[in-house]
Design a protein around this ligand. Structure first.
Ligand SMILES: Nc1ncnc2c1ncn2[C@@H]1O[C@H](COP(=O)(O)OP(=O)(O)O)[C@@H](O)[C@H]1O
Ligand SMILES: N[C@@H](CCOP(=O)(O)O)C(=O)O
Length: 296
């Protein structure tokens, strides 16, 4: 039997679009047992009626093909604390579960790096799968020919998530992005992203927070889907405890980056100002996917 716990993730951090991501302390728990046929069981909201060809199975089949192995049928039972389609990488956590199931069926030790490569080939970008696998914060670049990852273990920041009642499917939020960017705009945002990454690595969250709000890759095209976006950004800009804010993944959640130890107070104040949202303190998860295999 295989048991695994996979953390949620927030992707992008503004101009780190499709590249930077951080694991969060919300989890998908999965138990896998060899069986006569495939079945998926979950009582958590939105996952009660999973068919046999769901995302976990698709990722497992993709991985088996990549590893040139075959899957055996499994009974998969889950408990999920990661909100679906809110920008916390629930789909990436499911993809990681599928990758692990295939590695279990193949009885192969596959490195974390190779798992990130497989997950990025499946999803098209590494910014959710990599933090869910490694934990902490990652900076990644995925291309057809290779996927590169730098892992930073312990981000020294606290987070407050502003979660609106509606969902936003990542597919829809990607569909509204432009096909091309002006050269000047691309250079400018790339430079902002480079400095933001350096600031994160230097633990200068104050500068990182300011720069994440200067993204020109995706937030300008998605912000109209986010209620009270400008007012939230003004509140964050003016608050004494906050470094900055960004869309969590494709949204619709807005993630505020605040001083360590100030999360609860910030959450209370921003909740009072924006009752439309649910404000929750979230912490970086330093441990990635945790596995335990019990021989039957
Ligand atoms: N544990 C899971 N098992 C199977 N499918 C899942 C699981 N978690 C998420 N999904 C699938 O991923 C979808 C959400 O993906 P997406 O719109 O990309 O949002 P998110 O930002 O949460 O990743 C769900 O509607 C469901 O189809
Ligand atoms: N880089 C992707 C990240 C999507 O994250 P999700 O948690 O919303 O699925 C994007 O911005 O499209």
């Amino acid at each position: 039997m295989l048991a695994m716990t996979i953390p949620a993730s927030t992707a992008n951090l503004g101009p780190g679009f499709d590249s930077i991501g951080m694991a969060l302390d919300r989890y998908l728990h999965v138990d896998v047992e060899r069986s006569d046929s495939w079945s998926f069981h979950c009582d958590s909201p939105g996952l009660e009626n999973l068919g046999p060809n769901n995302l976990i199975y698709q990722a497992a089949a993709f991985t088996a093909n990549h590893l040139e192995t075959t899957l055996f049928p499994c009974r998969v039972s889950m408990k999920n604390d990661i909100p679906l389609s809110k920008g916390f990488g629930s789909s990436a956590a499911a993809i990681v579960a599928g990758i692990e199931i295939a590695c279990y069926c193949a009885d192969r030790n596959v490195s974390q790096k190779e798992k990130v490569r497989i997950g990025s080939l499946f999803e098209g970008h590494p910014d959710n799968v990599a933090p869910s696998i490694y934990g902490g914060l990652i900076v990644g670049a995925h291309r057809d020919h290779r996927t590169d990852i730098i892992h930073v273990s312990e981000p020294k920041v606290e987070l407050v998530a502003l979660i609106p009642p509606e969902i936003l499917e990542t597919k829809k939020a990607r569909g509204i992005l432009p096909k091309q960017l002006q050269f000047k705009q691309a250079i400018q945002t790339s430079a902002v992203s480079n400095v933001m990454t350096a600031a994160i690595l230097a633990d200068n969250w104050s500068l990182a927070g300011e720069l994440m709000m200067e993204d020109l890759y995706h937030q300008p095209y998605r912000k109209h889907l986010i209620p009270h976006w400008s007012d939230v950004m003004n509140f964050v800009n003016e608050h004494r405890f906050s470094y900055g804010a960004a869309l969590s993944g494709a949204g619709p959640t807005v993630l505020c980056f605040v001083e360590q130890g100030s999360g609860k107070r910030f959450a209370k104040e921003i909740q009072r100002r924006f009752p439309y949202y649910q404000a929750e303190v979230v912490r970086p998860a330093t441990v990635g996917t945790a596995l335990s295999v019990v021989q039957a």
